[in-house]
Write a protein that binds this ligand. Structure first.
Ligand SMILES: Nc1ncnc2c1ncn2[C@@H]1O[C@H](COP(=O)(O)OP(=O)(O)O)[C@@H](O)[C@H]1O
Ligand SMILES: Cc1ncsc1CCOP(=O)(O)O
Ligand SMILES: [Mg+2]
Length: 281
């Protein structure tokens, strides 16, 4: 295993707190307000800017861009492509959240086009990552139908074929760039009972990437560790999804950086079963 020789989560959280990075989030109608509040709680500065006319220009001033396909329409796709083009020209990292990309032809086509633009990080649930690798998953829509363990090999293959960091989230998260890998423990069964927490995590990955663009694997691990820690803290006093959602924002705001470091288990590197490219469209 390549050790986590890069910056640890506590140090990256301190950078987020110090820099309040500007993060451009192209996310869905369900998630916009929730993602913005999560980023503000963790110390970042979110901006939901998606119009084709300005998205590319804005990407040049943001520290990172996140693109989530949750509530797609052709106008939004144009905005996403303009934003990614602007980010790439300016040398800024970007994150793809391929929400339910396997469900319809429009989503499959859009995700294939976005993957061709080479995201820095891909963050999805297990069913989304399994199907990105061209395999059949048990997901039907937005929610995962598969455990993370079933998606680990797919994550390695997508990471290698895309040259990206791939994060699979669920009960225990898995992150790999094809060479390094880590599991992140924590969180709560209440997390998938609150909408847009995955979308919010994608936004948080953008915040950590913005302060550590040279170490995207470590930045992704740190964002997942932050959510694992906040989720477990929030669940301890929550009576259900409603009080959990409120407590989760408070927990993100009050995160103890050193607790994040203990959430990360470095994993031995192992080769994927085959190196076939994702088959999409
Ligand atoms: N059963 C679970 N136990 C602990 N944490 C979970 C569980 N399910 C999801 N999470 C956490 O919820 C967040 C969103 O992940 P996930 O539900 O996989 O995304 P999505 O909402 O895109 O499907 C992540 O931080 C993940 O670790
Ligand atoms: C319910 C729903 N429908 C389209 S996008 C969306 C939100 C998905 O959020 P998440 O992937 O974070 O659960
Ligand atoms: Mg999702």
């Amino acid at each position: 295993m390549t050790a986590l020789s890069v910056t640890v989560p506590s140090a990256l959280l301190a950078r987020v707190h110090a820099d309040a990075p500007l993060v451009q989030c192209i996310t869905n109608y369900v998630a916009m307000n929730i993602v913005a509040n999560a980023l503000l709680a963790i110390g970042a500065s979110p901006a939901m800017v998606h119009a084709e006319e300005e998205a590319g220009e804005f990407a040049a001033i943001a520290g990172a861009l996140t693109v989530n396909i949750g509530t797609l329409s052709p106008v939004w796709v144009s905005g996403m492509k303009a934003a990614v083009a602007g980010a790439k020209t300016a040398g800024k990292p970007w994150v793809l959240d391929p929400v339910a990309h396997f469900a319809t032809g429009f989503r499959r086509k859009t995700v294939a086009e976005l993957l061709a633009l080479r995201p820095t990080v891909i963050r999805g649930n297990a069913s989304e990552i399994i199907t990105l690798a061209g395999e059949k998953g048990a997901g039907r829509g937005i929610d995962s139908g598969d455990p993370v363990e079933l998606a680990e090999d797919a994550a390695r293959r997508v990471a290698i074929s895309q040259g990206a960091v791939v994060a699979v989230t669920g009960k225990t998260d898995f992150v790999t760039d094809g060479a390094q890998a880590a599991r992140i423990v924590g969180g709560s069964d209440l997390m998938p009972r609150v909408t847009a927490l995955g979308c919010s995590l994608t936004g948080a990955v953008g915040a950590f990437l913005a302060v550590a663009p040279d170490v995207p694997f470590a930045a992704t691990v740190a964002a997942l560790a932050a959510f694992a820690e906040a989720g477990e803290t929030a669940a301890s006093g929550a009576g259900g999804p409603g009080s959990f959602a409120v407590a989760f924002l408070d927990a993100l705001y009050n995160l103890d950086g050193h607790a994040l470091d203990a959430r990360v288990e470095a994993q031995p590197a192992s080769a994927p079963s085959s190196l076939s490219a994702p088959s999409l469209a």
